[in-house]
Structure formats: structure tokens, C-alpha cells
Design a protein around this ligand. Structure first.
Ligand code: MRU
Length: 351
């Protein structure tokens, strides 16, 4: 199994996703600041993986604190959360993870410093294990939606590399394949960061799942030619009304799917649902360095001085989403009701 991220005694160990697929290199972040850098520079990426990395970063910072009293530790805890919370704004799993660690700290404040440190480490490890279990449950629910054979298109990487393991959208595909469905994956390359070409293709090849990489502008033609029976993608944040923020280009795929009568599914854990966010217009969209667009593998592709935009995510309105697969079951429209009933008592705070 791919070890996307892992807690070790010397720090948080990541497979460096900026180096894949040509080099499989593992790096260890030894401080919480290094974990924050790993999230910011996309050594680790994908909403659920960002959440677990954040929790581990907080646990690491707390573990290495020199604080002698709970009050001193709490001040450091807040500083650590502040630094981790500034890394990437769109994936709500980051803020969900910080909130969960904060609630744990609150419950532990009557305990000795050493015990607080130990239990926060355990909580982060638990979040890692829970994420894998959630993905497997999601896979089993979502596999029922997959065609028995044929092409399934995905955008970006919502796989083992984007989570603690197994994946959300790719978890659905993995579970369908395990059930005997003969799926051929079409992976959008996903400019500008190439998560589809570099990461989705890499992990599906490892699993022996047939995969074809296409450039993003080929997706419409493939749909029109009847090569795609379903689409499944992940999400970075799902608003209460079912609007979905995901990797830039997802909206284009969803509109093309509607035009071609192809079901468009979103697979994401409940931790990605932000009930405090009423609709997609309120989701903060990360703007990344324009160099990701202007350069490919270090080579300049555009004239000097030209204007460039690089929004990392877009919002797909709920009306294009055929179903949202979660670990607790499948949500159908109207999403205001179905998401709220699946999310149950879990309240989320929009940050
Ligand atoms: O910028 P990234 O690579 O972190 O974006 C990742 C995505 O958009 C994924 O589709 C999303 O986080 C879901 S991952 C299970």
C-alpha cells in the first residue's frame, strides 16, 4: 500500500508528490513548520491528506514543546494551529482537522502536559486510520454507481495519494474493480500541476487498473465518442447546498457530462462537507503562483510580462452533480436535506 503520510518518532514522513512519478522519494518533516511547508508546497496534497497532515503537524509541534504548564502549552498550541491554518485555504478538511485537535485539547486541559502531548499524538494517528476506513466504506457505496464495464473519467488525483490511503474517487474505482467491474480509467492530465498525469496514472498503474491519460481539452471529445460511461471526482469543500469546490477544470467536466448525459459523481468524506458554508460562492478559492502556469518542468511557455491567472479550484453547481458518495452513504438532490441528514450532529465551522 502507498504510504502517503505516516507518523514516525522523528516526524511526519511523506512521499514527496512533487517528485512523482519519476522519483519515489520520502521526506520527513521534523517540525510543525516543516509540515506546514510540506502542505504549502504540495509535497502532500489532496483534501483528506492535508487534514491528516495538519493534525500530525499539530501533534508534532505540541510533542516538541518545552512548555511546563497547560497554559503555556495552550499558547503554543494556538500558535501552531495559526501557522498550519495559513497553508491552503480551500480544502475544508484542514480546518476540520484543526478544529478536531482543538476540541481534543479542550477535553484534555485538566490533564498533565505529558498526557496532553501523548493523547494529541494518538488523536492524529486515529484520524489517519479513520480516513482509510472512511475511504473503503465510500468505495463500497460508490462502486454500486459504476458501470459494469467501460470508461470512467476522473480529474486531478483523488486517490491514495490525496488521502491517508485508498482514495475517495479512486477508492470508488478500486472497489468497483475489486467487485469484478471491467473499468478503464480516463485520467485528465490536470494542468497546471498535472496531478492526473503524474499521480493518478502512477497509482492506478501500480494497482494494474487500465488507465489512459488525456490532456484536459480532450475530455469533451471522449465523452461525445461514447468512451466515458461515468465520471467520478473528489472534492475540497462541499457547501450545504451541494455546490462542490474541486480542482480547477472540474466545472468544465461537469458541464460537458450534462451535455452528453453522463452521470457526474463526487466522492468525499463527511469532513469535506461544510454545512456552515451555504453555497459555493462563499468557498475561498486558492490562487497559486503564476509560475505553475507559465512554466512546464522549468521551461518558460509564455511570453515575458503576459498576464496569467492560476486559481487552483473551481466550483461546480449542485445541479450538475448526480450524487455525492460519502462514507455514510450516497447523498442525492436536494442536497440541503441529504447532506444535512448524513452529516448528522457534526457541526463545521467555516474558516
Ligand atoms: O491542489 P490539490 O492537488 O491539493 O487538489 C486536490 C483536489 O482537487 C482533489 O480532487 C481533492 O482534494 C479531493 S482529494 C481526495
Amino acid at each position: 500500500m502507498i504510504q502517503t503520510l505516516e507518523w514516525t518518532d522523528s516526524g511526519v514522513r511523506f512521499v514527496d508528490q512533487t517528485k512523482l512519478p519519476t522519483e519515489e522519494i520520502y521526506v520527513t518533516s521534523k517540525t510543525y513548520q516543516q509540515v506546514a511547508d510540506a502542505i504549502r508546497t504540495m509535497i502532500v496534497r489532496g483534501a483528506p491528506a492535508i487534514g491528516v497532515a495538519a493534525a500530525m503537524g499539530i501533534a508534532l509541534g505540541v510533542r516538541d514543546s518545552k512548555a511546563e504548564t497547560v497554559a503555556e502549552l495552550e499558547k503554543e498550541f494556538n500558535d501552531i494551529c495559526e501557522v498550519i491554518g495559513q497553508t491552503r485555504p480551500t480544502a475544508v478538511n484542514l480546518f476540520w482537522a484543526i478544529q478536531r485537535m482543538r476540541e481534543k485539547f479542550e477535553r484534555l486541559r485538566v490533564r498533565p502536559v505529558s498526557q496532553i502531548k501523548q493523547e494529541l499524538t494518538e488523536e492524529a494517528k486515529r484520524m489517519h486510520a479513520e480516513d482509510i476506513a472512511a475511504n473503503q466504506a465510500m468505495g463500497n457505496h460508490g462502486a454500486t454507481l459504476m458501470p459494469s464495464a467501460g470508461g470512467v473519467l476522473t480529474h486531478c488525483n483523488a486517490g491514495a495519494l490525496a488521502t491517508a490511503g485508498y482514495g475517495t474517487a479512486l477508492g470508488v474505482i478500486r472497489a468497483a474493480v475489486a467487485q469484478g467491474k471491467k473499468i478503464h480509467v480516463y485520467a485528465d492530465e490536470t494542468r497546471p500541476f498535472l496531478q492526473g498525469a503524474r499521480l493518478t496514472a502512477w497509482e492506478l498503474m501500480k494497482d494494474g487498473i487500465p488507465t489512459t491519460v488525456i490532456s484536459d481539452n480532450m475530455a469533451g471529445a471522449m465523452m461525445r465518442q461514447g468512451k466515458i460511461g461515468a465520471i467520478v471526482v473528489g472534492a475540497d469543500r462541499i457547501a450545504a447546498n451541494g455546490d462542490v469546490a474541486n480542482k480547477i477544470g472540474t466545472y468544465t467536466v461537469a458541464v460537458l457530462a450534462k451535455e452528453n448525459n453522463i452521470p457526474f459523481y463526487v466522492a468525499a468524506p463527511i469532513s469535506t462537507v461544510d454545512l456552515a458554508c451555504p453555497d459555493g460562492s462563499k468557498i475561498p478559492i486558492e490562487q497559486r503562483n503564476t509560475r505553475e502556469v507559465s512554466h512546464i518542468a522549468g521551461k518558460q511557455m509564455v511570453p515575458d510580462g503576459v498576464s496569467i491567472e492560476n486559481p487552483a479550484f473551481d466550483v461546480t453547481p449542485a445541479k450538475y452533480v448526480s450524487a455525492i458518495v460519502t462514507e455514510r452513504g450516497i447523498a442525492l438532490a436536494p442536497y440541503e436535506e441529504s447532506l444535512r441528514s448524513l452529516a448528522g450532529a457534526d457541526v463545521q465551522v467555516q474558516v
